[in-house]
Structures are given as structure tokens and as C-alpha cells.
Design a protein around this ligand. Sequence first.
Ligand SMILES: NC(=O)c1ccc[n+]([C@@H]2O[C@H](COP(=O)([O-])OP(=O)(O)OC[C@H]3O[C@@H](n4cnc5c(N)ncnc54)[C@H](OP(=O)(O)O)[C@@H]3O)[C@@H](O)[C@H]2O)c1
Length: 279
Amino acid sequence: MITVTAATGHLGRLVVADLLERGVPAGEITAAVRTPSKAADLGVRVVEADYDRPETLAPAFAGTDQLLFISGDTLEQHQNVVDAARAANVGLIVYTSGPKAETSSITLMSGKHARTEQAIVASGVPYVFLRNGWYLENYTGQIDQFLGTGVVLGAAGDGRVSAAARVDFAAAAAAVLLAPEPGSTYELGGDQAFTMSEMAAEISRQSGKPVVYRDLPEAEYAQTLAGFGIPAPFAEVLANADHGLSVGDLFVDSGDLHRLIGRPTTTLADAVAAALKTA
Ligand SMILES: NC(=O)c1ccc[n+]([C@@H]2O[C@H](COP(=O)([O-])OP(=O)(O)OC[C@H]3O[C@@H](n4cnc5c(N)ncnc54)[C@H](OP(=O)(O)O)[C@@H]3O)[C@@H](O)[C@H]2O)c1
């Protein structure tokens, strides 16, 4: 049995679909989700698993050989999942971590992801860490705004981000779930890293509209995001991540994603083209 947590989210849905496409019988996949009513269309077994309600977790994981643990919001939630996986005798935890979790200057990585990796190792449950890089969709999801204002704002300087499409991270997760090598850590990113200026230029080139990148100091970028209505603590997390990007903490050149999915990763150009079709 393969169990996928947070399977109602963008990434989890893609993983379930990929497993089914690869021929895994629906009866051998469990979607362990916070909101079961949202999972009816997944076409697999559904159980409740809310990271904030530990009592739901061990029963949800019972009989699981491979658990894809898709990250949530807090370390406390993650400890709940790890404790339940151990209690349920899960055979393997595949955890979606973050790039360079142990050494990154990005608080999200050094805090939540690195500590969760440590908790998993300490649990004694066999594991694989998928250190997923930034989603291309973090950018293409804002394409209407970029086109409307003509500006991409950030604090990323000339840093390069190895962003990749969720569908590629999902394919990597499915590949690992079906042929895991316990104890492995994969640094996952797109084949071609790009700067924010290069991304703005690509959007401009394809849309025919002027779009430029404007770099701000980290604190000013956080304030600007908060001014757009993003809660201040989250605005700071995003600005901190952009600063990490500027110093190379979201740059990944391992080739692991390409190898795991057995094909080149989705390019920025293709992701922009797809986003412009619906913009
Ligand atoms: N690499 C990146 O660039 C990047 C960017 C954003 C996020 N992330 C991380 O990657 C994860 C997956 O990405 P995604 O695109 O699939 O995110 P998403 O579409 O926002 O989905 C989030 C999922 O988390 C579930 N969830 C929220 N709170 C939960 C709880 N208390 N217990 C159990 N499940 C809970 C949601 O369930 P409901 O359907 O019930 O709401 C949903 O299924 C995110 O949760 C986040 O930790 C990574």
C-alpha cells in the first residue's frame, strides 16, 4: 500500500494520478487527507489524516508500505506525522523536504525541513528525502499580475533559481515510491536555472508586453508584500526565501530530478507559454 498525505493539494493530486498512470491498482493507493470530501474524485481509497489531529494519523497510515509525506505548515504537525508513521509501522517515509535543507540560509529550509528530516532519522523509520526545489508555478501563477503591472518584484538579486514544474516533482515522487532506495536524499531542481530578470525577459518576449524585474532590499520587499495584503509573518518568509535565492540557496545542479523522471524537466519557456494561454 502506498499512502499519499495532503493528496487533495496540487502536488498530491499529481502524484496519485501519476501512480495510477504507471499502473498501480487504485486499491493499493490511499489518499490520507484533511478533507475527505475533496478527495472523492481521486479514484483511490480515501482516509482522514489531519496533521493537527494526531488521533487521525496512525489509523490512516495502518498497512502502509510507502508513505509519501507531503510537507505541511509547522514542525509540530510534522512531528505528529512522524510519530504516527512509527506507531503504524510504516515501511518507508518519503518526505518532501527543501533544497540544501541542512545548510540553507532560508529559514523555511533550516527550520521546518531540516528539523523534520532529523525527526524522521531519529524515528528509525526508513526514509527517502525529496528536497523539492521551488515550483515554476510560484512564478507562472502570478503572470496576470506581472503583465498587468509590467513589473516582477523581488529581493533575489542576480541569483539563479532551479525552479521546476509540480508535475515533474510529482513524477519524481512516483518513481521513488515504486523503486525506493532507503537512506537516499535527492536535491531536486529544474535543468535550467534562471534569474528573475531572465524570467521577466521571457514573459516579455512571449507576451509582447514590457515586463522588467525590480530588485528590492529584503526588508522593503517584505513590507511591499505585506502592503499587498499578505500577512506580515508570511511576507517575511517569502522575502527571506528570495534573499536565499540571491545567494544561491535555491540553485540545484545535481541532475537528480532529470534522472528520476527520465526526461528533461519542464522549461521556463514552456511553463510561461502554458500560463499565457490561460492569462
Ligand atoms: N516547493 C515550493 O515551491 C512550494 C511552494 C508552496 C508550498 N510548498 C510546500 O509543498 C506542499 C505541497 O504543495 P502543494 O502545491 O500541493 O500545496 P497546496 O496545493 O496548497 O496543498 C496543500 C495541501 O496540504 C493540505 N493540508 C493543509 N493543512 C493540513 C493539515 N492540517 N493536515 C493535513 N493536510 C493539510 C491541504 O489539504 P486541504 O485540501 O484539506 O486544504 C492540501 O491538500 C505545501 O503544503 C507546502 O508545504 C512548496
